[in-house]
Design a protein around this ligand. Structure first.
Ligand SMILES: [Zn+2]
Length: 231
């Protein structure tokens, strides 16, 4: 009788799977692990065999970008953010690997950090790059919600704003470029060129640990402001 009553209850509940009538000795399956949830992906440019730009005094872009990234990571983590790096050391990482990490991170921002080079050694200053959503996802395909169109542009603006006051390097503005990591990372993505290693003044500044720390502090401010806006 008890089995009949149980079967009736299960049928009423819509469960007609044979076998469920007997109590299972198999422990319940473990719940799937929470998907990796990152806040920000930081992408130090170049690395490993890719040295990037080089200054006259021998400063290597890959070293500058990693050092600024590490400082920025520490500051963001102190503010409670979960930070993923596309490289944590001097490794060679392809552009596809970088954008793929950004894609799978679930983060709300991707920031690529670089230092510039030019044939004209008087070229100096910092630049912020983004790519409009329409160029990334095609017209009519909006990744960003209607509330936040072109989030990449807003992040670029917040970064530029941070470097407007009391900063020794010239503001060369916000620019658009089809850099791989901007085109293929489907989250708000910005690339900063922190200064020109081919310019002696810029190179001296980028060699100064205090300046690198200050660059990181300003980038952290911009990212935290972006988060306050809702990403
Ligand atoms: Zn670079």
């Amino acid at each position: 009788m008890r089995w009949g009553a149980l079967a009736l209850i299960l049928v009423v509940a819509g469960c007609a799977t044979p076998g469920v009538y007997a109590p299972s000795r198999v422990p319940p399956a473990r719940l799937p692990a929470k998907p990796a949830g990152w806040d920000v992906v930081l992408d130090p440019g170049h690395g490993g065999q890719q040295v990037g730009a080089r200054g006259r005094r021998g400063t290597a872009e890959k070293v500058v970008t990693l050092d600024i990234t590490r400082r920025l990571k520490r500051q963001l983590e102190q503010a409670g953010l979960r930070v993923m790096l596309t490289r944590a050391g001097d490794q060679t990482v392809t552009l596809a690997q970088r954008s793929d990490l950004g894609k799978r991170s679930g983060a709300w921002a991707f920031l690529s950090i670089h230092a510039n080079a030019a044939k004209n050694t008087s070229a100096s200053g910092f630049e912020v790059y983004y790519l409009p959503d329409a160029a990334r996802y095609g017209r009519g395909i909006a990744y960003a919600s209607a509330r936040s169109p072109d989030a990449s542009y807003r992040l670029a603006q917040l970064i530029q704003r941070e470097f407007r006051r009391d900063w020794p390097l010239k503001d060369r503005g916000i620019k658009q470029a089809r850099f791989h990591v901007l085109k293929h990372t489907p989250i708000p993505a910005v690339l900063v060129e922190t200064g020109f290693l081919t310019n002696s003044k810029d190179e001296a500044l980028l060699n100064d640990p205090a300046v690198r720390e200050e660059i990181a502090r300003r980038l952290a401010n911009a990212l935290l402001a972006f988060r306050r806006q809702g990403g």
